[in-house]
Design a protein. Structure first.
Length: 201
């Protein structure tokens, strides 16, 4: 189970797509999923938490993400991993630790405990953290088509807290979390990712 993490605009979706192709080309049976989402119930929660027209409190937000994650684990992740497939996942628990734990100020320990219950203790074998300076990430995110979602509308201070939390998580678990330079072109980011997965391959 490989997860991809980083602030909005860091290039997670781009890397997930290119990495899936690269792994498939090596003969690996890989399933690509995203969070929140991946299964129908979780996709509905995704639409809810991202809706800029809704007022959603921090605790409610954390619980909704955990609920979507619990359904994804039960319905998609556990079956895929049990069948021997690799899973490539765009976001997982680290996102909640950074966004709700640090960004919303709910506490990383508290959010970790909530998600331990939601996931049944399922953890990634490797996490690829895309490191991109805040200004560059905001510029990329702002260049996307469509209006910004509820989280993308937050201010620079919010995203600075998230970036700092990701850095702290990476420093605490260097064996699992590998930091990639997301300022590089997509082909070079993919090469970094494959290098970070070399021992698993």
């Amino acid at each position: 189970m490989i997860t991809i993490e980083g602030v909005d605009g860091a290039g997670k979706s781009t890397l997930a797509g290119t990495l899936r192709v690269a792994l498939s080309d090596q003969g690996i049976d890989v399933e690509q999923l995203r969070e929140p989402g991946g299964v129908e119930a979780s996709e509905r929660v995704r639409a809810l938490v991202k809706d800029p027209a809704l007022a959603i409190g921090p605790r409610t937000e954390a619980l909704l993400y955990a609920a979507a994650r619990a359904q994804l684990v039960e319905q998609a992740l556990v079956p895929a991993l049990g069948a021997g497939r690799w899973v490539l996942l765009d976001r997982f628990v680290d996102s909640s630790l950074a966004y709700q734990g640090a960004g919303r100020g709910l506490g990383i320990a508290e959010i970790r405990e909530l998600n331990l219950f939601a996931t049944g203790g399922l953890e990634p074998d490797r996490t690829l953290l895309l490191d991109l300076p805040g200004a560059a990430a905001r510029l990329r995110a702002g260049g996307r088509s469509g209006a910004p979602d509820r989280l993308e509308r937050e201010d620079d201070e919010f995203f600075a807290k998230i970036a700092a939390a990701y850095a702290t998580l990476a420093a605490a678990e260097p064996g699992r979390i590998r930091v990639l330079d997301a300022t590089r072109p997509p082909s070079e980011v993919l090469a970094q990712a494959l290098e970070a997965l070399a021992d698993l391959l």
